[in-house]
Design a protein around this ligand. Structure first.
Ligand code: CMC
Length: 378
């Protein structure tokens, strides 16, 4: 007779540990990084400053920020050997290429096995810098073009867009990308951070944990939603077809991508910053239709709000990326690039007071089955 267990499938509402990284109140849609409101950071901060805040726990002075900025800029190049590996992955999804690229970078990082907080933060800064180069190198190679070397005079977001397109973005577009990276930088015990913590909890290393995080982020229930939202917008085609599309999808038990969240039962506080930018960018680029389709979907989903299903961060992100001219399969890597500092911080926290993460599974299969020799089986 097996003992009765309390199952918490999907670890819903289970507290895993303590953190100083971010605070989320899902009931009212509140998000703080290190105590600071996501709204203040999205409106007033930069990605570089947010990286400093996450990794060091305080807003930087000008000189502290200058030091981090220099480290980020100096770490942007990736070894030729990693470029060669990416060249052999031209058909790979960019998220797979990023996972492979980060894994390969471990072989060139002088501190890969040093799990001290200082070394882990240094490696996190390097991976924050190198991940845009991996993504853009692969993106260029698969189009038969030469990778564009990073520019040391551009900020993190502007340099990413520059390496992707070969054109220096205007300040407004660079700022949109910057805000997007801020919004994606950290988010509690989400599936990819949890997975990264599991890896770190075996006293593996940051590169392994980030590879784990990238693999976990890839799925459509997590980071893959922005790509799926844009596919949905293409399928819908025009705002007047949104309701019909939703009715068909929902009546067959389907899920509307970009809606719902494990923790938020109110609007995801990150969504509003991308909503306004998707609207503005659409008007500026002469393509207001994508925002209009999304707004028609949002209207059609209003009746689900009473069940706690609201738009999440990914709903407007896809339209923003599309309007910036970014291919759809690079949407998830953008989320990953933004999340590297959050994964790093959580790995540092995990190492600081480590406890192996090893839950239990309730066994429900047959018991004590007699072993039958192979020639007596049928
Ligand atoms: N469309 C339709 N119904 C939904 C949706 C949705 N997007 N999300 C949840 N529901 C329903 C679900 O069908 C279920 O209904 P019922 O109780 O009748 O079976 C109920 O709401 C609860 O859903 P759940 O799957 O038990 O809740 P969860 O906490 O496991 O799911 C989620 C969270 C994000 C996986 C889910 O909302 C979802 O699949 N959303 C679409 C994918 C998406 O947008 N993901 C991005 C998340 S935000 C970015 C990030 O941080 O990862």
């Amino acid at each position: 007779m097996q003992k009765q267990v309390e199952l918490r499938r999907g670890l819903k509402d289970v507290y895993l540990d303590r953190t100083q990284a971010s605070f989320i109140d899902g009931a009212i849609g509140k998000l703080l990084y290190r105590g600071y409101s996501i709204h203040d950071l999205a409106e007033k901060s930069t990605f570089e400053e947010t990286v400093y805040l996450l990794l060091y726990g305080k807003l930087p002075t000008r000189s502290e920020l200058a030091v981090l900025d220099k480290q980020l800029k100096q770490s942007r190049d990736i070894p030729q050997e990693v470029i060669d590996i990416l060249r052999r992955q031209l058909k790979a999804h960019p998220m797979d290429a990023l996972r492979t690229g980060v894994s390969a970078l471990a072989g060139f990082d002088p501190e890969v096995i040093d799990n001290s907080a200082e070394a882990t933060i240094r490696k996190g800064i390097r991976l924050t810098s190198q991940s845009p180069t991996v993504v853009t190198t692969h993106a260029r190679l698969r189009e038969g073009k030469s990778p564009i070397p990073p520019r040391k005079d551009l900020g993190h977001a502007a340099n990413f867009l520059y390496m992707l397109t070969g054109k220096e973005p205007d300040p407004e577009e660079a700022r949109i990308m910057d805000v997007d990276f801020i919004l994606h930088a950290e988010h509690g015990a989400n599936a990819s951070a949890f997975a990264a913590r599991v890896t770190a909890s075996t006293l593996s290393d940051l590169h392994s944990a980030v590879v784990t995080g990238i693999g976990t982020l890839k799925g459509p229930l997590h980071g893959g939603a922005a790509e799926a939202v844009m596919k949905m917008a293409h399928d819908i085609g025009s705002p007047d077809k949104a309701q019909q599309y939703l009715d068909k999808l929902l009546s067959s038990g389907g899920r509307v991508m970009g809606f719902g969240h494990r923790v938020y039962k109110a609007e995801d506080p990150r969504a509003q910053h991308l909503r306004e930018r998707a609207r503005g960018l659409g008007e500026k680029r002469g393509h207001p239709e994508w925002f209009q389709i999304l707004e028609a979907v949002a209207k059609g989903m209003e009746r689900y709000q009473s069940r706690g299903i609201f738009v999440n961060v990914d709903f407007y992100a896809g339209a923003v990326y599309h309007l910036l001219g970014i291919p759809e399969d690079i949407f998830i890597p953008i989320f990953a690039i933004g999340r590297v500092p959050g994964w790093t911080l959580q790995v540092v926290e995990q190492f600081q007071d480590n406890q192996l993460i090893r839950p239990l599974l309730e066994y429900v299969g047959p018991m004590d089955v007699p072993y039958v020799p192979i020639d007596q089986r049928h």
